[in-house]
Design a binder for this molecule. Structure first.
Ligand code: ADP
Ligand code: MG
Length: 742
């Protein structure tokens, strides 16, 4: 690569000789129809595959490479071995023939200096005309008893030898940029399909790899028009190759080293530009509307913390510091507070709400369901008991009179705190001075709902927002998909929580496992049995739980009292089942995932999960959080009848890892390995070269560089940063820098 950036200064003569590019980014927008041999029909198929322009081709780097570095002697091939050979057609002109069944076969005698062999092509009868004796060929094929079975070929020179065959192991590579907008030379040099590191681009039904490879080769002649989005200083300091050269080398590398250098630059650039977009988005959103400054925490919240019946954990104290800093910045807080159920998020939320109150503003806590809102109201009542701070609960179930009173008091400013469901975002709910909102389980609200709450702030101001989630979001995701939120994690569980020992139990150990459960029950403990939803009972998901409960009552657990809990039961019956279990009247609760939230029974120490392979990693982790809440050691037993290898890996990860965040990261890695779709559902952007979570270190480095640029330049719009944002917007879409609604 010629424009490799180094720290050394160039001498005047080196400078004179250095290749000077005058990139014209508009060339990247030229339709691929500009390439020789691409008509409207092919162009349409290409556009469907996302390859509409020269730029699309350049940035669609190969997903892998076949190493054809060695052109081998025919005689040296072992049976079964696949290799590239350079040969000449000898003997007489071949003639195709058909076998019974319609397979067309063409064989030709070929030879190099080491010997000769019979080469066979299937279903390409038209080649016969081209295989005139004397024609030089590059063949990729595998050796078998009969000769060489050809899987790819290139004609190097026709008999008589006009084209001049390269007796070299690597093909000529696209090097110099032709004058912009002039068509590259027709034809592609021989060897690109059969020698050296042969690039493999993702193909489609209509576009075979060979065709895309030829297009890529042609497009590469325009590669020096790629926008150099990396500031020169960063490129020099990190020794990163130039944009055009890296693209060319990624498509057609001379060797492994060059390939690694090229891909390193491209991966860094992708993550860097993506972080640039996120940073810009975050800024745009935050400076659109200012937020009230709450100043420093005062006496009232200090008294409140002292009144709590427990010591805050180190993570909780850290979260309060984060919140304090956010609330005094004049920009709206947009913080995501992550922590498993029971990690003490509500304490942090109440703290933020009290800070609003103290600063003379109102605060709201919104939860996705009535049950959760009610639970929050109970927790709030407990936590605010010492100060006797008034608050109201607003949900669909709130009686009209109570509702009216609450709305009047909110509008007048008499009432400072309110907890509720999405009933809170209705237009009739008006605040006198809303300064802060807490959104619990934020992913369960739509963009519109969160925006509606945001719009209820003081005229011209945005309220501060604290988002909460019990789903651990791995760092890879929080830095990319959620890159515009600041994050705080509560990893430490409050004192007194016992770790849950988790094991994967084989079907042959089932009897022993139930003996273990019975022992715990005889000691006076309680147990959960969780059943997955099964396909046949989709219409009635509770059925699996009812059937299993009946089975256990008659079988393994006949000495004990067994209750059932599932989503289809009437509310009163559900409440009764929970009450009976909490009171210890039932020993065992057979349930669907409804127990994920809301049940807190310290005496329950065993959880059996049936069909564990049907649950997600995070879900299993949440489920087992229902045990280990008291003084006794707790166990979680995972049964998985029909788990495949990948599912087993995930279950072993759950058994081996207690940290929900690490587990989420492992899960993301395994999903990436197993199914691209899963990764996308997780919200990870898809990068062409970078791959996450493997490139985590590069991601962090790229992010640091962007943060440093923001510190030193104030904004990425600074002209001194050159076309950085242009490059970023081009890469990640035109609207990519619009503020996203939070
Ligand atoms: P989350 O909202 O994260 O599920 P909560 O805030 O509801 O968790 O806390 C769960 C329980 O733990 C509550 O009863 C709460 O009062 C208690 N708790 C919170 N923080 C602590 C702490 N530092 N030490 C002991 N108990 C705590
Ligand atoms: Mg909670």
């Amino acid at each position: 690569m010629r424009s490799f950036a180094g720290a050394s200064e160039l001498t005047p003569s080196q400078l004179r000789e250095a290749p000077v590019h005058w990139p014209r980014p508009s060339v990247l927008d030229v339709s691929i129809q500009a390439l020789p041999g691409v008509g409207p029909k092919l162009a349409e198929a290409a556009a469907e595959a996302g390859l509409a322009t020269v730029g699309d081709l350049l940035y669609r780097v190969p997903h892998s490479y076949r190493d054809r570095a060695d052109v081998r002697d025919l005689a040296s091939l072992e049976p079964g071995e696949e290799a590239t050979v350079m040969v000449e057609v000898v003997g007489s002109q071949p003639r195709p023939f058909r076998k019974r069944g319609g397979l067309s076969i063409l064989t030709a005698k070929v030879a190099d200096e080491s010997g000769s062999a019979r080469a066979t092509w299937f279903n390409q009868p038209w080649l016969a005309d081209k295989l005139i004796p004397g024609t030089a060929l590059l063949l990729v094929g595998s050796r078998d008893k009969r000769g060489l079975r050809v899987s790819a070929h290139e004609i190097l020179a026709t008999a008589g030898g006009e084209e001049g065959s390269p007796r070299t192991n690597t093909p000529a590579r696209p090097q110099d940029s032709p004058p912009p907008l002039q068509r590259p030379a027709d034809g592609v040099p021989p060897g690109i399909h059969t020698t050296g590191l042969v690039p493999v681009h993702s193909a489609t039904e209509a576009l075979k790899p060979q065709r895309i490879r030829e297009w890529a080769w042609q497009a590469c002649q325009w590669a020096s028009n790629a926008i150099e989005g990396l500031p020169a200083e960063i490129r020099a300091r990190r020794s990163l190759a130039g944009a055009g050269d890296a693209i060319r080398a990624a498509h057609f590398p001379e060797n492994e080293d060059e390939l690694a250098t090229a891909r390193e630059r491209l991966a860094f650039e992708e993550l860097f530009l993506h972080q640039a977009i996120l940073a810009t988005r975050k800024r745009t959103h935050r400076i659109a509307r200012p937020a009230p400054r709450f100043g420093k925490p005062g006496e009232m919240v200090g008294r409140w913390i002292d009144s709590l019946p427990f010591e805050l954990t180190r993570d909780q104290l850290g979260a309060l510091d984060d919140v304090d800093a956010d609330l005094d910045r004049g920009e709206p807080m947009q913080r995501l507070l992550m922590g498993e159920v029971g990690s003490g998020k509500t304490v942090v939320a109440v703290y933020a709400m009290l800070r609003a109150l103290e600063a003379g503003f109102q605060a709201v806590l919104m939860a996705p369901t009535e049950t959760l809102a009610e639970q929050h109201a109970i927790t709030l009542g407990r936590l605010l008991a010492a100060e006797a701070t008034p608050f109201a609960l607003l949900s669909g179930a709130t009686p009209a009179a109570v509702r009216k009173r609450a709305l009047d008091q909110l509008a007048s400013g008499e009432l400072g705190l309110i907890v509720g469901t999405h009933a809170l975002i209705e237009p009739t709910v008006r605040f006198a001075r809303l300064g802060l909102s807490v959104v619990d389980e934020q992913h369960r609200f739509g963009v519109e709902q969160r925006r509606a709450l945001d719009a209820k702030g003081v005229e011209g101001m945005a309220p501060h927002v604290l988002h909460m989630t019990a789903t651990p979001i791995p760092r890879t995701l929080s830095l990319t998909a959620y890159g515009d939120l600041d994050t705080t994690a509560l990893r430490q569980l409050p004192a007194g929580r016992m770790p849950v020992e988790t094991s994967l139990v084989g079907e042959d150990e089932r009897a022993g496992a139930y003996e273990f459960v019975r022992e715990r029950l005889r000691e006076g403990r309680q147990a959960f049995v969780v059943c997955p939803l099964v396909a046949e009972s989709d219409k009635f998901p509770g059925k699996a739980a009812e059937v299993e409960a009946e089975r256990l009552r008659l079988g393994e657990l006949r000495e004990f009292s067994v209750g059932v809990l599932h989503g289809q039961m009437p509310s009163a019956q559900k409440a009764e089942a929970m009450r009976a279990f909490a009171a210890g009247e039932t020993d065992v609760l057979v349930a669907t995932t409804v127990i994920e939230v809301g049940i807190d029974v310290a005496n329950a120490t065993v959880m059996v999960i049936e069909g564990a392979e049907r649950f997600g990693v995070s879900q299993l982790h949440q489920l087992r959080g229902r045990v280990g809440r008291g003084e006794h050691a707790s166990q979680c037993l995972l049964f998985a009848e029909e788990a495949g290898e990948l599912a087993r890996k995930r279950l072993r990860a759950v058994a081996g890892e207690r940290d929900g965040f690490k587990l989420a990261e492992v899960d993301l890695g395994l999903r990436g390995e197993g199914e691209i779709l899963g990764t996308r559902q997780h919200g990870l952007p898809r990068f062409a070269v970078a791959s996450l979570p493997e490139d985590m270190a590069v991601l962090i480095a790229a992010r640091e560089e962007i943060l440093a640029l923001l510190r030193s330049h104030g904004s990425l719009e600074d002209p001194a940063l050159g076309p950085l944002l242009d490059a970023a917007r081009r890469r990640f879409g035109a609207g990519a820098a619009d503020p996203i609604p939070l």
